[in-house]
Design a protein around this ligand. Structure first.
Ligand code: HEM
Length: 129
């Protein structure tokens, strides 16, 4: 497995842990009514599990496993840029949602989108039948 894929997958697993823990806190609040401010973490729970866990896992495994035309994956530098921009985007989006700053959330979402588009541009070239 290439080093970049290992980082994507490790990072995805960390977010899985964070996302499930947030989900447990939300359930705790729903069950007990204690700590109502926990409910503000609902969008962070969705962002972390849908984007940082699922999308990041797909990109990490995809970079590793997609066909290698000519025996090369290519795009080694690009994929690190994707890793950095995507994770920065997740943090900004979560911070924006928790702090109630929509501009920050949209900036984060833009980062996530740019990262995914860059990844698809890389992966597309490798798709041969
Ligand atoms: C891959 C796994 C998961 C995904 C993709 C996921 C995603 C979501 C999404 C999209 C929402 C709705 C957010 C909204 O309404 O804005 C949600 C709500 C919620 N999730 Fe998860 N979730 C996952 C796992 C879990 C786990 C493991 C727990 C508990 C330990 C949990 C607890 C909750 C709770 C309590 C809510 C609020 C439900 C309500 O509106 O009453 N989730 N989740």
């Amino acid at each position: 497995m290439p080093r970049a894929s290992a980082w994507f997958v490790r990072s995805a697993f960390l977010y899985l842990l964070v996302g499930f823990s947030l989900g447990a806190l939300l359930l705790f609040y729903k069950g007990t009514g204690f700590l109502p401010q926990v409910w503000r973490l609902l969008p962070a729970h969705a962002e972390v599990l849908l984007m940082a866990w699922l999308v990041q896992l797909a990109m990490g495994v995809g970079y590793w496993i997609l066909p290698r035309p000519g025996g090369k994956r290519g795009g080694a530098a690009l994929v690190w840029v994707v890793f950095g921009v995507f994770n920065a985007g997740v943090w900004l989006a979560v911070a924006g949602q928790v702090m109630g700053l929509p501009l920050l959330t949209w900036l984060g979402r833009l980062g996530e989108l740019v990262a995914v588009v860059l990844f698809v541009a890389h992966a597309w070239r490798r798709l041969r039948v």
